[in-house]
Design a protein around this ligand. Sequence first.
Ligand code: APR
Ligand code: PHB
Length: 396
Amino acid sequence: MSRRAVTVRSTQVAIIGAGPAGLLLSSLLAREGIDSVVVERESREHVQGRIRAGLLEWTTVELLREAGVGGRALREGLIHEGFDVAFAGGHHRLDLKALTGKTMLVYGQNELQKDLAEARSEPGAVLWEARDVTLHDWDQETPRVSYTHAGSRHELRCDFLAGCDGYHGASRAGLPRAGLTLYERVYPFGWLGLLADVPPLHEELVYANHERGFALCSMRSRGRSRYYVQCPLEDKVEEWPDARFWEELRLRLPERYSARLVTGPALEKSIVPLRSLVTEPMRFGRLFLVGDAAHIVPPTGAKGLNLAAADVRVLSRGLIEFYRNRSATLLEEYSARALSRVWKATRFSWWFTLLMHRFAGDPFARRLQSAELEYLANSEAAARSLAENYVGLSFD
Ligand code: APR
Ligand code: PHB
């Protein structure tokens, strides 16, 4: 039986996964004349259709601009100078601008995904619908990626591999377990999210701590809102008809917000589990793990996308330094530099999750939450600490 012909191709950097991390890295390298090929399992439409978060730190916006893909985000995104925390029937505004001098940009991740894919739409830059993607020789001089595309086998030879294929990807999964340390925390609840073409109930985001559970009021534009309620992990979306969702959201919000709630049919509704996961190290020979392939944060505080962008910032500078001056110093420091920020964002997302969610059967924790929220509302030092982490810590 004849061995199926394998088409061999070479590039400088083979990138696995065309999510925000993979495409942003590919754009930044292209700006520097560094060749890369992105190998993605799903179709372009499928990846763009995923509803995810939509809150960008300003350092992420600057990196998008550096990659030449920030234009639409800045034109259509909403600049937010603060957000509200609601608790015990009252509310407190965190003035991010006054506390840190920085702001956030509200821009849907799926819109960003469209911009990033458009920027890498030249033929051969991204291989969509590539199947059976396998990484080889990541500990050798010339690593390879093999995959099936349009029914035939292909092999991509490269200098470096960037594993940007998310939590369920092939990159981390293909590594020897002995060389990895996984740090994980799983939270005993999920988030039920609903997207609807209704005007947001408030001009800024509202994070609500309530006896019935957490709620978040966010948006994608002045006409499209995104709401979340904390729900039991075992719940099914079918058990949450729109009316039940709206009623539960209303019950968890102080009157000043619930009185302004406009409801409507759900465009999308889904439940996500909450977990914190960090992989150490984030580099294995010539393979660099990036974004969700290396770490997961709970969505409280919207650090997932921003952390992926932060990894791309560190890795792109290392690869540019390598191809410009043949210096591998920054690449050797990639794992330590990226992990230093990953752990700080992981700590913040864990802390914010503990502060804002209801942990059943733990009255002591409930009292601690009330005390911490009171402290937050009355201490500039506490508010500044939250604000600094929320807008994104400066790079080392
Ligand atoms: N081969 C090729 N591509 C793969 C494979 C594989 N074996 N497995 C997964 N992928 C693709 C997925 O289809 C997805 O498009 O890798 C991409 C990974 O993208 P993301 O999961 O979005 O991860 P990342 O780019 O790191 O972005 C992290 O996105 O999911 C949000 O909350 C997350 O905000 C965070 C950000
Ligand atoms: C969102 O808009 O989806 C969002 C915003 C803030 C978060 C999480 C999600 O903390």
